[in-house]
Design a binder for this molecule. Sequence first.
Ligand code: 5AD
Ligand code: SF4
Length: 446
Amino acid sequence: MIFFVTLQPMKKRAYIETYGCQMNVNDTEVIFSILADAGYERTEVMEEADLVMANTCSIRDNAEQRIWGRIEVFNQLRKAKPALIVGIVGCMAERLKDKLLDTRKVDLVVGPDAYRSLPRLLEAIGPESPQIDVLLSREETYADITPVRTDRNGISAFISIMRGCNNVCSYCVVPYTRGAERSRDAASIVREACDVYQKGYKEVTLLGQNVDSYLWKSETETVNFAQLLERVAAIAPDLRVRFATSHPKDISDEVIYTMAAHKNICRHIHLPVQSGSSRMLEKMRRKYDREWYLERVAKIREVMPDCGLTTDVIAGFCSETLQDHEDTLSLMEQVGFDWAFMFAYSDRPGTLANRTMPDDVPADEKNRRLNEIIALQNRKSLERYRAQIGKKLEVLVEGPSKRDPDMLCGRASNNMMCVFPAEGRAVRTLTEVEVVDCTSATLICK
Ligand code: 5AD
Ligand code: SF4
C-alpha cells in the first residue's frame, strides 16, 4: 500500500506591537497582509513568534523612549531563541534609519512607505546582514492591499484614505517620517468599505493626517473629501461613517453640509486647535488664527448643533507667554470641547521649530500649564456630558461594558461612550438609549 503525505510548509508567526496613531494601527493591518504572502501568520503571543516587530511613533520624545525599552525586551527574548528576527518599522524607523542598526540590536528597519519590501528583506536577513528600507515614496498608498483586520469585535474598521502630510507645522515630525501627502484611489476606498460592510462591519472610519485636503484625480474624475464621504455614506444607510483628522484651515462648508445631509455620517469632528493664541498659531505655521478657528466651530454648530467636537492642544510651545497660555484656556472655555488630547511641547529633531526656535519654556512650567489645561478640560467634559442628560441617543452596541459586564457599551453618533442595560439589545445593532447620568467620559443610559 502506498501512502501519500502532503507536507504543508510550516507557517512562521509574526507578532507586532503598535504605537502611536490610528494610522499606525491600520498600517499594522497592511503589514500583516503583506507578511501573509511571505508565509507568516499573525500571533498575539510574543513568546511564540519567529518575527517580532514594533510599529513605532516619533511624535513626542517619550513615545520613542518607550520603544527603546521594548527593543531591550525583544532582545531578551532573542537570547532564548537565537533565530528570532527583531524589526522596527514605522515613523521611528524612518527618523532614526541606520542609527537603529548601529546599535546592533535589530535585524530589520523599514519605513512607512516600504512595507511591500518586507518579504524580500526577510529573505535576505542573516546573522551578519541586517536589512533596511526607509525610502519614502510619492505614490505608495497600499490601495490594492486588503488589510488583515486586527480589531477584536468585527464592528468598526479603519480605512486609510491618504498618506503623508504637506503641512509643515513647525513642531511636527510627521512630514519627515511619512513624507509628502498622497490621496488613495477613491474607487479602491469605496470597494474596501463595501467589503467590510459585507463582512458584517457596522462602522468605518476614514483616516488621514488631514482628510479635508483629500483629492483624488484620475483621467476621468476628480473627487474631493466631501464627495468621498458622500460615496461611502451611500454604501448602506446602516453603515456608520466616521473620519479623522480634520484641519481647521481646510474643513470646508461642503464637508459640513455633506455630514448634515447624511444621518449615517457621525456627528463628530476631531479638529485640533493646538493653541488659542494667534501669535502661537503663526509660529506653529498652522495657517489659521484664533478667529478663523472660532468661525469654523460656529459654522459646524450652526449646521449641526448636536455635533461632537474634540481637539488636540500643545502646552508650552517655543516662546509661549502666560498671555498666550491664557488665550488657549479662554478658547477652550469658549468652545467647550467634549474631549481633548493634551500634550506638553516636545522638541523634535529636524523640525522647523527645532532648527529655528529655542525650546525656552522650562519643563516644570510646561507641565504646570498642561495641568491647568487638563483641569479646565475635565471640567468642560463634565459640563458637555451633563448637557446630554435627558436626551435620547442612537448608539452602536459594541459589547459588554469593561467596568460592569452586566451592562453593554457603545458610542453615540457624537462619539460619546454610553453604557446601558442589555435588555435584549444585540451587539452590532443600532439602538436608542436615554441618558440618565454621566461621568466626564461616559454617559450612563437606560
Ligand atoms: N510636541 C507635542 N505635541 C505634538 N503633537 C505633534 N507634534 C508634537 C510635538 N512636537 C501633537 C499635536 C498633534 C497630535 C497628534 O500630537 O497636538 O495634533
Ligand atoms: Fe506618530 Fe505621527 Fe507617525 Fe502617527 S504619523 S505614528 S502620530 S509620528
